[in-house]
Design a protein around this ligand. Structure first.
Ligand code: PLP
Length: 419
């Protein structure tokens, strides 16, 4: 194949001439990046706390944290130092050997969660692949060859790999890809629909304690407790997808805490690395033999660099009391959004969520994706969760003044929709 020449922008950067402008970079992006995303036309160059700055130095208030990822904000000095020091010491050895950071992170996560074992990977989808495989392999090892069904929920989001995608409950994401056999979806919150599906063929039920992408929808009272009872009765595993809800986001370390329910396994990613890619499956000792050597793995999973980053995130969350802070600041944000919804009933239906995962629900006919560009123009970054929910998932280091600034911008933009 013939080699191609660098675009003008890349050639200039290579020759250390002037730095390219946003417009030049966007022109190159439009030619060179695979177009599976549709990003806002903003090119970021740096961040600090809850602020992001584009290539020209324009400031944006980041209240989405890279979709609930940058838990300790941008460029936190403790996290940056931990990554830098670990990179200079040891980055990767593979899972043919142990490494110190990996063992210590497993121990720390188990202590915080009440789980017993950790398996590391690189993303939320991979963590969900692991719990999916754990469920089927556990039944298989017990000789229950028919126990393969996985029960999941409409509007659930579990990731884009084929196993995780099959559990994802939004048909448009699965369209054209097919699905892994044996995954059944029922309505979130509908225990009767769950009961109708339960039986000796069910390997596991997978649930988000608050549906994130599906619209920041908390599980209704009694739902996860009912799932636990159903799983116990029918010998199925209860799996919690805590990719978005875990690591303090809901104002507690993990979403299942405070529900009185202990899942059999959970998946984690997003906030765990504070922006450094890492995912994990945590599970109980009873399931430690579910995936014996040779049945599952990852070249990069659990490497010392990712684990050092995650350990630094956990340390920062503790030192800065950010998990308790997420509860307090979440209540403050809930108050602001509730006031806004009451003030603008023509556009807003209400607000919901837990901790610092909250949504402003718009009335039918209003589409969040249409207002995100206006908010970005006003210097505030938010995301959509479903069609009609404006999602707030700020860094847990966010200050109340920043939340107020963001909600004021939303008020202004929403005000223009009715005039
Ligand atoms: N599970 C949940 C609940 C998520 O919100 C997401 C991502 O949004 C995923 C899984 C997939 O994670 P990743 O994009 O890291 O594969």
């Amino acid at each position: 194949m013939q080699e191609q020449v660098l675009t003008g922008v890349a050639r200039r950067v290579e020759s250390k001439a002037t730095m390219p402008t946003s417009a030049e970079l966007l022109a190159t992006a439009s030619k060179r990046l695979y177009p599976n995303y549709k990003p806002a036309p903003i090119v970021f160059a740096r961040g600090k706390g809850c602020e992001l700055f584009d290539v020209e130095g324009r400031r944006y208030l980041d209240l989405c944290a890279g979709v609930a990822v940058c838990a300790v904000g941008h460029a936190h000095p403790t996290l940056a130092k931990a990554i830098g020091e670990q990179a200079a010491r040891l980055m990767h050895v593979s899972n043919y050997f142990y490494n110190e950071e990996n063992i210590l992170l497993a121990d720390e996560l188990c202590a915080k969660s009440g789980m017993d074992r950790a398996l590391f990977c690189n993303s939320g989808a991979e963590a969900n692949e692991a719990i999916f495989k754990l469920a089927r392999r556990t039944a298989y090892a017990k000789g229950e060859k028919e126990r393969t069904k996985i029960l999941a929920f409409h509007n659930a989001f579990h990731g884009r790999t084929m196993g995780a995608l099959s559990m994802t409950g939004t048909p448009k994401y699965r369209e054209g890809f097919g699905a892994v056999d044996g995954v059944v979806h029922v309505a979130y919150g509908d225990l009767d629909a769950v009961k109708a599906q339960m039986g000796a063929d069910v390997a596991a039920v997978i649930v988000e304690p608050v549906q994130g992408e599906g619209g920041v929808l908390p599980a209704p009272p009694g739902f996860v407790q009912g799932l636990r009872a159903q799983c116990d009765q029918h010998g199925a595993l209860l799996l919690f997808d805590e990719v978005q809800t875990g690591i303090g986001r809901l104002g507690r370390w993990f979403g299942y805490q405070e529900t009185g329910v202990l899942p059999d396994a959970i998946s984690l990613a997003k906030g765990l690395g504070g922006g450094f890619p890492i995912g994990a499956m945590l599970t109980t000792e009873a399931l430690a033999s579910g995936l014996p050597p040779g049945t599952h793995g990852s070249t990069f999973g659990g490497n010392p660099l990712a684990c050092a980053a995650a350990r630094a995130v956990l340390r920062i969350l503790d030192e800065e009391d950010l998990v308790r802070g997420a509860k307090i600041k979440g209540a403050y944000l809930s108050g602001l959004l509730g006031d806004l919804a009451r003030e603008m009933p023509a556009v807003c239906e209400g607000e919901r969520g837990e901790g610092l995962l909250r949504g402003l629900v718009l009335k039918p006919g209003f589409v969040v994706r249409d207002i995100l560009p206006k908010l970005a123009d006003a210097g505030v970054l938010l995301t959509a969760a479903g069609e009609r929910v404006l999602r707030f998932s700020p860094p847990l280091v966010v200050r109340e003044a920043e939340l107020a600034e963001g909600v004021a911008a939303v008020r202004k933009v929403i005000g223009t929709l009715t005039t």
